[in-house]
Ligand binder design. Structure first.
Ligand SMILES: [Zn+2]
Length: 163
């Protein structure tokens, strides 16, 4: 384990997020084992939410698949590991409301909770199974903004003509 990985492990232990991840994994009757780089791997997650093949809570990465599927997908584990680091940067549980705000903001702008979500972008969109729809939608939004400006510019003159 590198010093940074050790620091992340200790930070997420002290800030309570890893404890929450373990409680969630235990309540969902997941198998839990130690993983690489200070991570804890929980497998066999069955509850319907969140709608994701894998997600991280503190240093715990919860997977719907079994241990074999986890070993076969190091890219997804790497993506979730970056979320573990984000928990440490956010001092633990504040990650969750910040993440949901970012997801909502992304959804409003791109129609996807992940594509414009800073946390997902920094964790690697493709590695997390997201499609980057931001470019095409952003162009669309620019057009909407331009149309909006045109509308606002013509609006006062319309009022003037009405008055
Ligand atoms: Zn992600």
């Amino acid at each position: 384990m590198t010093p940074a990985q050790r620091l992340r492990q200790v930070a997420n232990l002290l800030n309570g997020s890893t404890v929450l991840g373990l409680l969630l994994a235990r309540s969902a009757r997941c198998g839990i084992r130690t993983g690489p780089r200070g991570l804890l791997i929980a497998t066999g997650y069955r509850p319907r939410l969140p709608v994701a093949g894998a997600f991280a809570v503190g240093n715990v990465v919860l997977f719907r698949g079994d241990a074999g599927q986890v070993r076969g997908n190091p890219v997804l584990l790497g993506h979730e590991e970056r979320h573990c680091t984000q928990y440490a940067w956010c001092l633990g549980l504040p990650f969750l409301p910040l993440y949901f705000l970012a997801a909502g903001w992304s959804f409003l702008r791109t129609g996807s909770a992940g594509s414009g979500n800073i946390f997902e972008r920094m964790a690697g969109l493709e590695a997390g199974g997201y499609v980057d729809s931001r470019g095409s939608r952003r162009t669309g939004n620019r057009n909407v903004t331009r149309n909006g400006h045109r509308f606002h510019r013509s609006d006062p003159s319309n009022k003037r003509s009405e008055a």
